[in-house]
Design a protein around this ligand. Structure first.
Ligand SMILES: NC(=O)c1ccc[n+]([C@@H]2O[C@H](COP(=O)([O-])OP(=O)(O)OC[C@H]3O[C@@H](n4cnc5c(N)ncnc54)[C@H](OP(=O)(O)O)[C@@H]3O)[C@@H](O)[C@H]2O)c1
Ligand SMILES: [Zn+2]
Ligand SMILES: [Zn+2]
Length: 367
């Protein structure tokens, strides 16, 4: 250890903390229950936020159950939650963007190296050193692991705190911090817009935001679903067409016709069935992160020079742009507000694709 590292370690172990009530998983099979986490007393650049609402992302479920073990093992106890909207209760002396009483938000990241080319480009989610996730990352300040938004408060460096524009309902805005930006960012990156035929696969938290954004960007949008009963909602949310993906003949009618497909599916499924629907030079982007690897037939890509890509959340700058876009266009998530005591039941429903279309925890229920 260098002298600086020793000093930093000593400082972090001396750092003052305060307790925050939370809900945590103790093991992959324990479910979630009451727990208390330490939060650091705000440093000069920190904002202390009283969490009002926190969305329930399928990534929370994957991590709570350690389903991404091969890529990102879960550290227990695990306090998930990265769709956070709350009220600023303290702002450190150097904080410029926030003051006490403001409504603020935190998404999937709470820090990054800030020096590498990705960070400088505002794409901290692709930090070449170490992006610090809101939960299940090393806590560089206190030591130990970071704890997420299923908690009454959180303390974050203002550089990773977002503004919630006036006019956005705070509960409906919470899912924008992950489901929103994760679909907005790839649709923007691949320039989805007018004159294009775009597919969104899966109507859950991410999928319903993908529909809203693709429609708002002017594309012709088709929803692929395994749940035919979701068709009416899909049309209301922005779909021009609904294709039941288990119906082979319905799928075949669209062979070679899509410019872009965004796959938001959380469970293992066959990618080739969708790849063959892309036209020449078409792209399919994965944002869904099922636990197991997928098999891709070379010919699914070769025959029409198709591309298969992936995309991770979005940077802080783009997340703010997305929130401002949502406020301007009147876009927010369709939510089911739950008490924190209903979390385990909500996870079971998420597994059955039974949510309209994002659970959001009303954190009053924890106080
Ligand atoms: N890339 C990133 O940065 C990022 C960020 C956030 C989340 N994620 C990942 O994205 C995925 C979706 O998250 P979410 O919160 O939107 O989940 P969600 O609300 O549970 O939605 C997933 C949807 O996938 C479809 N689906 C489920 N099981 C299926 C199966 N066996 N075959 C085909 N379709 C199935 C269902 O839609 P239908 O009923 O319409 O078929 C379901 O509603 C998760 O894996 C999550 O970890 C990635
Ligand atoms: Zn998420
Ligand atoms: Zn970096």
């Amino acid at each position: 250890m260098t002298v600086t590292e020793v000093r930093e370690k000593k400082e972090s172990s001396n750092r003052l903390t305060f307790p925050s009530k939370a809900f945590a998983a103790q093991s992959p099979t324990s479910g979630l229950g009451p727990f208390t986490v330490p939060r650091r007393t705000p440093r000069a650049q920190d904002v202390q936020i009283e969490v009002l609402y926190c969305g329930v992302c399928h990534s929370d479920l994957h991590l709570v159950r350690n389903e991404w073990n091969a890529f990102m093992p879960t550290v227990y106890p695990c306090v998930p939650g990265h769709e956070i909207v709350g009220r600023v209760v303290k702002a450190g002396s150097a904080v410029k963007k926030f003051k006490e009483g403001d409504i603020a938000a935190v998404g999937c990241m709470v820090d990054s190296c800030r020096k590498c080319p990705s960070c400088i480009a505002g794409e901290e989610q692709y930090c070449e050193n170490e992006m610090i996730l809101t939960y299940n990352s090393d806590d560089k300040v206190l030591g130990g692991v970071t704890y997420g938004g299923y908690s009454e408060s959180i303390v974050v460096d203002e550089a990773f705190v977002l503004r919630i524009p006036n006019g956005l309902d705070p509960a409906g805005a919470a899912p924008l911090l992950c489901a929103g930006i994760t679909t907005y960012s790839p649709l923007r990156h691949w320039n989805v817009g007018k004159g294009q035929k775009v597919g969104i696969v899966g109507l859950g938290g991410l999928g319903h935001m993908g529909l809203k954004f693709a429609k708002a960007f002017g594309a012709h949008v088709a929803l692929f679903t395994t749940s035919p009963h979701k068709a009416t909602d899909a049309f209301r949310l922005g779909a021009d067409e609904v294709i039941v993906s288990t119906d082979n003949s319905a799928m075949q009618k669209h062979a070679g016709s899509f410019d872009f497909i965004l796959d938001t599916v959380s469970a293992d499924h066959d990618l080739n069935a969708y790849l063959q629907l892309l036209k020449l030079n078409g792209t399919m982007t994965l944002v869904g992160a099922p636990p197991n690897p997928s098999a891709v037939a070379s010919f699914s890509l070769i025959v029409k020079r198709r591309q298969l890509a992936g995309s991770s959340i979005g940077g802080i700058r783009e997340t703010q742009e997305m929130l401002d876009f949502c406020a301007e266009k009147g876009i927010s998530a369709d939510i089911e507000l739950i008490g924190i005591q209903q979390l385990n039941e909500a996870y079971e429903r998420l597994l059955k694709s039974d949510v309209k279309y994002r659970f959001v925890i009303d954190m009053k229920s924890l106080r």
